[in-house]
Design a protein around this ligand. Sequence first.
Ligand code: AMP
Ligand code: MG
Length: 401
Amino acid sequence: MLELEEALERILAAVPPLVSERVVLAEANGRVVAEQLPSPIDLPLFDNSAMDGYAVRAEDVTSAKPDTQVRLRLIGRVAAGGSFAGEVSASTCVRLFTGSPLPRGADAVVMQEDTRVETGQADEILVLDSAKPWENVRLRGEDVKRGAMLADTGEVLTAGRISLLGSAGYGALSVGRRPAVGLLATGSELKEAGQTLSPGQIYESNRLSLAILVRRAGAVARVFPLVPDALVSTREALTEGLDKCDIIVTSGGVSVGEMDFVKRAWEEIGGSLQFWKVAIKPGRPFVFGRCWEKFLFGLPGNPVSAFVTFLLLVRPALLRWQGAREVGLLSHPAVLAEPLANPGQRRHFVRVKVDADGKVYSAGLQASHALSSLASANALVDVPPGVSLSAGTPVAVLRWE
Ligand code: AMP
Ligand code: MG
């Protein structure tokens, strides 16, 4: 039985070299950047106004106050998207809007609310307040200097970063190719929703949760039909999975029972088993196999075990496959609101609920078939074997949402 860290290390070491592809920026959310992306331009690209107002020379309005108003001659108007050919000289100003380029000669913007126009004096502006040099001006390059890195290899793109890349003019970029992940559920007791259950049968649910987690890890989920507990069916399903996918994730059939066929079927179709069993709860009977550059992740059938082993051991592999640098779950500091105990001999990843104040509560029944607690949980806490943590203990919570 492997420790979690060693299991993860061995999985990540087996991930094949990155293959990249071009995608349009609009489709790149969640994709892993496969090249360095420097900014081809300064951002902002030109000095421009942060307000609706008037471009002025700050020195012309130093004495402006509500009762000592400064009179400026209005010499032009620049809408956002326009430009001004002239120059702001002494005691003149130019009408601007948010985003209008700052005309030559001006070094500040007086906001509209600090000005007044007298009736019949449309070419004159009364300034009611002073402006410091560069006040209300967004300076060229103050956000990003030309040549600065906007995104680096291995970063997972977010809406914010995509917005930044778009503002620098990127329309497409190289990202890691998404692996196709085949999801197989084994078990003769399993039925699809809508089918009638005979005595002893249950509804299948692992492919649902795993497909969501696969997609959230940036990979492509391919859901395969249910696989009954028989060697031939398991072999056929795995062969088809190998044929159509880069990675196969099975659930069930990896325990010690004589009805557990995944390991044997995998070896019979030419795969090798890299390791079996990891010292965690839930999820001990996890198996990792290879067939050339393709992988098998055999997850335990219990729904919570499948979910947790996916998060801890499969998700990192899918992310690394796409070239991601960070592959672990997000970890946040929090504090136990009630005790958590692990009387067992394996690390227990306990389902918990973290509230907005960072207080951590057990999410309920912790058995590996119990889905109600998984449904209410928003994090896991790693409790070492034989350890009782009292209320008030600071803990790290692992999050997947
Ligand atoms: P196994 O790992 O095949 O021994 O299955 C362990 C437990 O998980 C058994 O109670 C199975 O019925 C249940 N189980 C296995 N696969 C699934 C699945 N896909 N959906 C729901 N329950 C499952
Ligand atoms: Mg089974």
